[in-house]
Design a protein around this ligand. Sequence first.
Ligand SMILES: Nc1ncnc2c1ncn2[C@@H]1O[C@H](COP(=O)(O)OP(=O)(O)OP(=O)(O)O)[C@@H](O)[C@H]1O
Length: 256
Amino acid sequence: MSLELREVSLRLAGREVLSGISAAPFARGEFTVLAGPNGVGKSTLLRAIAQFLPYRGEVLFDGEPLSGMSPARRADLAGFMPQNLQSRSDLSVLEGLLVAMNAAGGTREGQGAQIRRAEALLAQFGIAALAGRGLARLSGGQRQTVGLAQALARDPTLLLLDEPTAALDLAMQYRILAELAAIARRDRVVIAVLHDLTQAARWADRLVVLHRGRVAADGPPEQILTPELLAEVYRVRARVERDGAGQLFVAVDGPA
Ligand SMILES: Nc1ncnc2c1ncn2[C@@H]1O[C@H](COP(=O)(O)OP(=O)(O)OP(=O)(O)O)[C@@H](O)[C@H]1O
């Protein structure tokens, strides 16, 4: 069961962005990457799942519509990290995490336990030293890592992340993607938008590719990543090959 999308459609400014997105259930334990060309609707779909945009169709978790859940229950269930994480807040990184923990009614933990958990989350992502830094004084990559910690603040069952590695260096990309795969293994549903299909092939159990408002391909990356799909969806000539270690990679040779 877990997360189900049934005929999710959405218009923005009079234009249909999503045209009836349905997908097999996203199971607990599964790390899914959502990919597709710029402007195809990946962020829009994540925002609809997170209930930040009105849509037609159904978004269900274990059979229950997310649209009918109270804000507190939804905050417990789903953690969402948006693409644009600018912050003009006066809060410190630690305070920002505590705010995320206490959103929509908060958890039942005492403040001491919350602070310990917040510090552990920062340590998990290698940014413990930033706890006292102002949110407005972070680099792009630091802000992104803090945003991820905020999305995880309530230990959500469903984690929705919009380009979580876009601002990260190579070491942090590896660390975060390995962490997301490990979080999924702990019985969570993790869905992340990524543009890097080689990274998707390396880490994701499932790849969903959007094209023209619909699902163009959905399955294990090694099954669905083909030169034909990349030509159709991205209009590129590309090779899908294995490196010396047996890892799949995508190399683009030019426009199709
Ligand atoms: N607030 C808005 N009002 C009107 N149209 C919008 C709005 N936000 C996004 N769009 C349009 O909706 C479409 C989907 O945008 P979305 O941000 O979901 O794409 P995306 O797949 O996440 O793109 P990218 O890879 O560039 O981040 C685009 O054509 C975009 O121009």
